[in-house]
Design a protein around this ligand. Structure first.
Ligand SMILES: Nc1ncnc2c1ncn2[C@@H]1O[C@H](COP(=O)(O)OP(=O)(O)OP(=O)(O)O)[C@@H](O)[C@H]1O
Ligand SMILES: O=C(O)C1=C[C@@H](O)[C@@H](O)[C@H](O)C1
Ligand SMILES: [Mg+2]
Length: 176
């Protein structure tokens, strides 16, 4: 179904490694929308990589920048937005997402997320002695919040990015 036109915005939420950036880019291509990634947007506006922002301003400084960025991006129309894994912690961000687009939660188990992220040093929250334990903790804390904002929950376990895209397109065509 390449080149399918669908109205509105699609917002992707989920933990680190869920595939928001990867699946989001593919979904944008397939639906002829513009792809934005809130993490990339924050880095571009700040002129610094995320680990550096965490180092200098702490997580709270990063969260402020994230909230400003989500508020602005949620005013755009015809986009696919990959959100940072922790964006849904802020109720104001949750409202922006729910109000202005169709929210897709890409779910995966902590073990799977660990195997997808363990070679990458760009996620400061996982630079600990026990990254799998941290992912389990974040999953417990955030899974209910992702579900709270989601119009659609997609299980990404054992699914290739292409299979997920086909599943999503079918579901979106039915629901939107
Ligand atoms: N369904 C999948 N199956 C296997 N690997 C995947 C899948 N989805 C994504 N990946 C891989 O997992 C890694 C993380 O994906 P991606 O960067 O898209 O996640 P993310 O949700 O954007 O994470 P973050 O919140 O940290 O930005 C990438 O190397 C990507 O290729
Ligand atoms: O899960 C999180 O809290 C984060 C996820 C990433 O997307 C980045 O937004 C940052 O590393 C924090
Ligand atoms: Mg990403």
């Amino acid at each position: 179904m390449p080149g399918m036109r669908m109205p509105g915005n699609f917002y992707l939420v989920g933990l680190m490694g869920a595939g928001k950036t990867t699946v989001g880019r593919a979904l944008a291509r397939a639906t002829q929308k513009t792809f934005y990634d809130s993490d990339h947007e924050i880095e571009a506006r700040t002129g610094a990589r995320i680990p550096m922002i965490f180092e200098i301003e702490g997580e709270s400084g990063f969260r402020e920048r994230e909230a400003e960025t989500i508020a602005e991006l949620s005013k755009l129309q015809g986009i696919v937005l990959g959100t940072g894994g922790g964006a849904i912690l802020n109720p104001i961000n949750r409202n922006h997402l729910r109000r202005n687009g169709y929210v897709i939660y890409l779910r995966a188990s902590p073990e799977e997320l660990y195997s997808r992220t363990c070679h990458d040093k760009n996620r400061p929250l996982l630079q600990t002695a026990d990254p799998l334990g941290k992912l389990k903790e974040l999953y417990e804390q955030r899974d209910p919040l992702y579900r709270e904002v989601a119009d659609l929950v997609i299980d990404t376990s054992q699914q290739t990015v292409n299979t997920l895209l086909q599943l999503l397109l079918k579901e979106l065509e039915r629901q939107t």
